[in-house]
Design a protein. Structure first.
Length: 401
């Protein structure tokens, strides 16, 4: 007999710190906007899109990412971005999520008539509208709903990624493809810092996303140096499709505060450097470094199961070793649409398959709030976290005892 119920999981306050805006649309909204913007879809029914694009499983990460071509295509105007952001916040709150960090790459959405700041402001506007509506209805003793925006650069990009990249790559005629990726990343980093310092848009962090294998994180060293020197938080997709060395680069070269996925942290077979002679010791040192500095891993169970066929059962997921090594983890959706999931689903998946006990779950949930890139000053964050703890304990006492 389990100590938790689905109702308990839904009611406790939760975070989603790894949440892609362009991977979390409502399907009816995607269909409606596609018709409005004359974007061709493989199907114009929810069932058809679930069968053809947003599937239960994928052959690999690159196939998983193909659906973003359709979602990004309907997000190239301010009204659509605002609507999608607004609906996402409402959907998250509906399942008990009280704090989200929404990430996306504005450069994928830019056009001749739609700039970086306009895109991020539209998302911010939609999220704020939802937040204000939600918080008017919340009792004063409950934690308010809030959000932050994480700006993504792309690990890899070319002229086919978006109208912006086409123009950008064509303008830099004398730079090689690698140099163009570096420069595009740095431009995104500078934009993120500018928005944080000069506007009221709730930009809280920076990330690199996209195809990991063959696209090392240290290409983005200059971008993260700029972010680091300007006091913006840093997370990095790492260990999702490559091994421990990718995570090592994220925390040493890019100063990552959190790691997105970290799936292959413990996988010796994915270490490729001939200079690493003792692979077991290398991983032990890396794990201890992460644990000692409380670098939080944004765990996305459903997404990992869908994109890595060799994990044919959830019991093989590295979450088990993360918990055994007392690493700081937080459960996230990655993409609510593409992975057909919610935070509540992710929590249930973890609780049903791993030995997570009552006190341990509370610590994991609270640490999601503590390791968030909360927009307000630290003193306000402490007050907010205390409110979350009090509310969690109130639900726990009434439902579990």
């Amino acid at each position: 007999m389990t100590w938790y119920s689905e109702d308990f999981i839904k009611k406790i306050p939760k975070t989603d710190l790894h949440l892609h805006l362009d991977g979390s649309l409502r399907i009816p909204t995607l269909i409606e906007l596609a018709k409005q913007h004359k974007v061709d879809l493989p199907s114009y029914t929810e069932e058809g899109l679930r069968n053809l694009v947003f599937k239960k499983s994928y052959n690999n990460l690159d196939e998983y990412l193909k659906g973003f071509a359709y979602t990004c295509a309907v997000m190239r105007d301010e009204e659509s971005i605002e609507r999608i952001s607004y609906e996402l916040a409402l959907d998250c709150f509906e399942e008990g999520v009280r704090y989200i960090e929404v990430r996306f790459a504005p450069q994928l959405l830019m056009t001749d008539s739609l700039g970086f700041e306009e895109i991020v402001r539209a998302a911010d506007k939609g999220l704020k509208r939802a937040r204000d509506e939600i918080n008017k209805k919340i009792p004063s003793d409950e934690p308010e709903f809030d959000f932050g925006i994480i700006i993504c650069a792309m690990r890899y990009c070319n002229e086919n990624f978006s109208p912006f990249y086409r123009q950008f790559f064509n303008l830099l005629k004398f730079s090689n493809p690698k140099e163009k990726i570096i420069l595009a990343s740095l431009e995104a980093a500078k934009a993120a810092v500018y928005l944080r310092k000069n506007t009221d848009i709730q930009v809280v962090g920076f990330d690199i996303a996209g195809s990991e294998y063959g696209n090392p994180a240290d290409r983005h060293t200059e971008s993260y140096k700029y972010i680091h020197e300007n006091f913006l938080h840093k997370t990095v997709h790492a260990g999702e499709a490559f091994g421990p060395e990718s995570i090592f680069l994220a925390i040493t070269a890019l100063h990552a505060d959190r790691i997105g996925h970290g799936l292959f942290l413990f996988d010796e077979s994915m270490i490729t450097s001939e200079e690493i002679l003792d692979k077991k010791k290398y991983i032990e040192d890396l794990v201890n470094y992460i644990a000692d500095r409380r670098i939080t891993i944004e765990v996305c169970l459903s997404s990992n199961l869908q994109t890595v066929p060799k994990i044919d059962h959830i019991s093989k997921h590295s979450l088990k070793k993360m918990l055994e090594n007392k690493l700081s983890v937080t459960f996230c959706t990655d993409n609510r649409l593409v992975s057909s999931t919610t935070v509540s689903n992710e929590l249930k998946l973890a609780l049903d398959n791993f030995p997570i006990y009552q006190r341990q779950l509370k610590d994991i949930i609270i640490y999601g709030f503590k390791r968030s890139f909360y927009y307000q000053p630290y003193t306000k964050k402490r007050e907010y976290v205390r409110k979350v703890i009090n509310y969690y304990e109130k639900i726990e006492k009434s439902m579990i005892g």
